[in-house]
Design a protein around this ligand. Structure first.
Ligand SMILES: Cc1cc2nc3c(=O)[nH]c(=O)nc-3n(C[C@H](O)[C@H](O)[C@H](O)COP(=O)(O)O)c2cc1C
Length: 192
């Protein structure tokens, strides 16, 4: 069974990206995979600070989160869009994890050795598409992580979900299923 870690890039109560992450969790379950949903607020990571790192090393929670990532073959991230880019909560978490290094590691291994899918939700008409362009660049070019081409950019997301958390629109439901299934297939192949 493919294990998928689902990471909403927003910890806000009522977050549209948490809602999208939940829809992805439902799709993973329907596809027979095993999803785990995390809340980045629980990590309570400080903003990356080189002086802090030099003094104390990366926070314990960043170490724990890296270890958690290492337990999953696939990772689904839903990314909010702030001023046409990735929100600081998500970027800061990704950054800290790259600074957790065992002896001889570059810190990027945990990203390079599993497969990612990215998606985003926004109240606007672009559906966080510009944050996805940046997130893909960060993961693929900055970190060297494999990211599948399929993604969801969910516009007008405040109207997109039913009371049970599923996506209202059939086309969006199908897209969510497509993304999750493609992630599971790629993750399985990659792990083999
Ligand atoms: C600082 C800031 C900048 C934002 N910039 C954008 C933007 O560039 N594009 C957009 O579609 N929405 C933008 N928004 C609105 C967010 O998409 C909206 O707050 C969304 O609900 C955030 O995601 P969440 O619901 O998962 O927390 C911005 C919000 C904030 C707080």
């Amino acid at each position: 069974m493919t294990r998928i870690l689902v990471i909403p890039g927003s910890a806000r109560r009522g977050s549209l990206n948490a809602a999208l992450a939940y829809a992805a969790v439902q799709s993973v379950q329907k596809a027979g995979g095993e999803p785990t949903l995390v809340n980045l607020r629980d990590l309570a990571l400080p903003i990356y600070d080189g002086d802090l790192e030099a003094k104390e090393g990366p926070p314990e929670k960043a170490r724990e989160f890296k270890a958690l990532l290492g337990e999953y073959q696939g990772v689904f991230i839903s990314s909010p869009e702030y001023n046409s880019s990735v929100a600081p909560l998500l970027k800061n978490t990704l950054d800290w994890v790259t600074r957790v290094r065992a002896k001889g590691e570059t810190g990027l291994e945990v990203y390079k050795s599993r497969v990612f899918a990215i998606s985003g939700a926004s109240p606007g008409y672009y559906g966080a598409m510009r944050s996805l362009l940046h997130l893909r660049q960060i993961l693929e070019i900055g970190i060297g992580a494999p990211v599948i081409p399929q993604q969801i950019a969910l516009p007008r997301a405040m109207d997109a979900f039913d009371t049970d958390g599923s996506l209202k629109d059939k086309g969006q439901q199908e897209l969510c299923k497509t993304v999750v299934e493609a992630l599971a297939i790629a993750a399985k192949k990659f792990a083999a």
